[in-house]
Design a protein around this ligand. Structure first.
Ligand SMILES: Cc1cc2nc3c(=O)[nH]c(=O)nc-3n(C[C@H](O)[C@H](O)[C@H](O)COP(=O)(O)OP(=O)(O)OC[C@H]3O[C@@H](n4cnc5c(N)ncnc54)[C@H](O)[C@@H]3O)c2cc1C
Length: 378
C-alpha cells in the first residue's frame, strides 16, 4: 500500500481505519498515522532535510532526542569559502554556496525568523610569500567570486595581528544554528510533524515495503542522528571518525564587525563573540575541558590584539567520516532505511545542498553523487 499524502492533515483528527498489509493486521484500536518519511534527529541534517522534503510535497515525522548529542547546537555556524591552514577553497564551494544562500533565505521566510547572516571574513597572512600568492590567486576565476580584497598591509583599525595584511572574503557568513533549530522545531511541532522523544530502533516493524513505528507508518526511515549512528548496526559499513570540538563565548568591546580567522575563528554572534575551534579524536565526551579551552585561548591570543573575557564554553562531537565527505542514500540491506550523515566540520554549508540531493533521489529517483553515496562503502 503506497503512503498517502495528507495535504491538510491534522494529527488531532486521527484515522481509525482498520486495514491490512499482506499478512499483517493492524489492530483496529490503533491510531495509525501515515507519513512519507520518518526522520530521526533534528540537527542541521534532519532540519534541512525536513524543509526540503516538505517543500517537495512530502509529509515527514521527525523524532528528536532532546538529550542527545547535538553538534549543531554547539557549532559556531561559520560559512567560510576558504578554509584550513593552507587556505584552500571549500570542496564544491560554488554549488554549495549558491544553494545554501537561496535555501537559508527561503527558510527564514518560511520559519519567520532571522538566522542567516552575511558578514566579511578577514584572514591575516602569515608571510609575504602568502600575500604574493594571493595576489595571483585573487584573479583566478575559481577564487574571484569569494575574494573581496587582498590587503598588502595591516588594516588601520585592525584588532588582530596582521603584519602582512590579509585576505578579505565575501560570500561568507554564519548561521545562528540555535535560532534556526528552534524555529524549525516550532514549525514542525505546529504542523504535527515532530515527536520530541528518542527514537528506538528496536521498535521498528518492517512490513513489506513500508515501516511501522509505534503507530506511525512510513515509506522510509531517514537517519539524521549524527554521531549516535556510530552505535547502530544498520549502517555499520560507514567508516566514522568522530571529532570533538569546543567553542568559547567571549565578550569584546566594541563588538567586532567582521569574522577573523587564522588558527581559530572569532565571530560576532548573539551580542557576544564565538571563538573556535579545536579537534580531538580521542576524548569523545560532550564535556568542555580546561585543556580544550587552553588550546583555543593560545590561538586566540596569537590572533586577537584587544582584551576579552570568556563568558561561556561548550563542547560537541562532529559526525565526521574517514574520507571527510557527507554520507547519504539508501541501505543496501533494507530499502526502507536511509542515511544522511557525515557532515563533519562544515554542516552548515553542506546540509542544504545534500538534503536537496537526497530528497531528489527519494522522490524522483535521481542518482546520488558517487563520492557522497553511502554505497561507496560496499
Ligand atoms: C565545536 C564545534 C564547532 C563547529 N563549528 C562549525 C561551524 O562553524 N560551521 C559548520 O558548518 N559546522 C560546524 N560544526 C560542525 C556541525 O556542527 C556539524 O557538521 C553538524 O552540526 C552535524 O549535524 P547533524 O544534524 O548531522 O548532527 P547533530 O547536530 O549532532 O544532530 C543529530 C541529532 O540527532 C538526534 N538523535 C540522535 N539519536 C537519536 C534518536 N535515537 N532519536 C531521536 N533523535 C536522535 C540528536 O539528539 C541530535 O539532535 C561544528 C561542530 C562542533 C562540535
Amino acid at each position: 500500500m503506497p503512503a498517502k499524502h495528507y495535504k491538510n492533515f491534522d494529527a488531532n483528527q486521527l484515522i481509525e481505519i482498520p486495514y491490512k498489509i499482506d499478512g499483517f493486521n493492524f489492530n483496529t484500536q490503533n491510531l495509525e498515522r501515515e507519513y512519507d518519511y520518518i526522520i530521526v534527529g533534528q540537527g542541521l541534517a534532519g532540519s534541512c532535510l525536513a524543509l526540503e522534503l516538505t517543500a517537495q510535497g512530502q509529509r515527514v515525522m521527525v523524532y528528536n532526542d532532546p538529550e542527545g548529542n547535538n553538534s549543531s547546537r554547539v557549532a559556531g555556524g561559520l560559512i567560510n569559502p576558504i578554509t584550513g591552514r593552507k587556505m584552500v577553497l571549500t570542496w564544491r564551494v560554488h554549488e554549495l554556496f549558491n544553494y545554501l544562500n537561496k535555501f537559508y533565505k527561503k527558510a527564514e521566510i518560511k520559519l519567520n525568523q532571522k538566522f542567516y547572516y552575511k558578514i566579511p571574513i578577514y584572514r591575516p597572512f602569515i608571510s609575504v610569500e602568502e600575500q604574493n600568492e594571493w595576489q595571483g590567486k585573487s584573479i583566478d576565476e575559481n577564487y574571484k567570486p569569494f575574494v573581496k580584497e587582498v590587503k598588502t598591509c595591516s588594516e588601520s583599525d585592525s584588532v588582530v595581528s596582521d603584519p602582512f595584511g590579509g585576505l578579505l572574503l565575501k560570500q561568507g557568513g554564519y548561521l545562528d544554528t540555535n535560532v534556526f533549530l528552534e524555529a524549525a522545531n516550532n514549525w514542525l511541532k505546529s504542523t504535527n510533524q515532530l515527536t520530541n522523544k528518542k527514537f528506538e530502533n528496536d521498535s521498528i516493524n518492517f512490513i513489506e515495503k513500508v515501516v511501522v513505528y509505534k503507530g506511525i507508518k512510513a515509506k522510509k526511515i531517514i537517519f539524521c542522528n549524527g554521531v549516535a549512528e556510530v552505535d547502530s548496526d544498520y549502517f555499520s559499513e560507514i567508516k566514522f571518525r568522530p571529532v570533538k570540538g569546543e567553542v568559547l563565548k567571549i565578550e569584546i568591546e566594541p563588538s567586532l564587525k567582521k569574522v577573523y580567522n587564522r588558527g581559530v575563528f572569532i565571530m560576532p554572534r548573539d551580542g557576544n563573540h564565538t571563538v573556535g575551534s579545536n579537534y580531538n579524536h580521542k576524548d569523545l565526551t560532550w564535556k568542555p575541558t580546561e585543556k580544550g579551552k587552553a588550546e583555543i585561548e593560545t590561538k586566540l591570543k596569537a590572533l586577537l590584539q584587544t582584551p576579552y573575557k570568556v563568558v561561556g564554553h561548550k563542547a560537541g562531537v562532529r559526525p565526521s567520516v574517514s574520507d571527510r565527505r557527507p554520507v547519504l542514500g539508501m541501505s543496501n540491506k533494507r530499502e526502507q532505511l536511509v542515511i544522511f550523515n557525515g557532515l563533519g566540520t562544515k554542516g552548515v554549508s553542506l546540509a542544504p545542498f545534500f538534503a536537496n540531493q537526497l530528497a531528489n533521489s527519494l522522490i524522483d529517483g535521481i542518482e546520488i553523487d558517487k563520492e557522497v553515496n553511502v554505497n561507496r562503502y560496499n
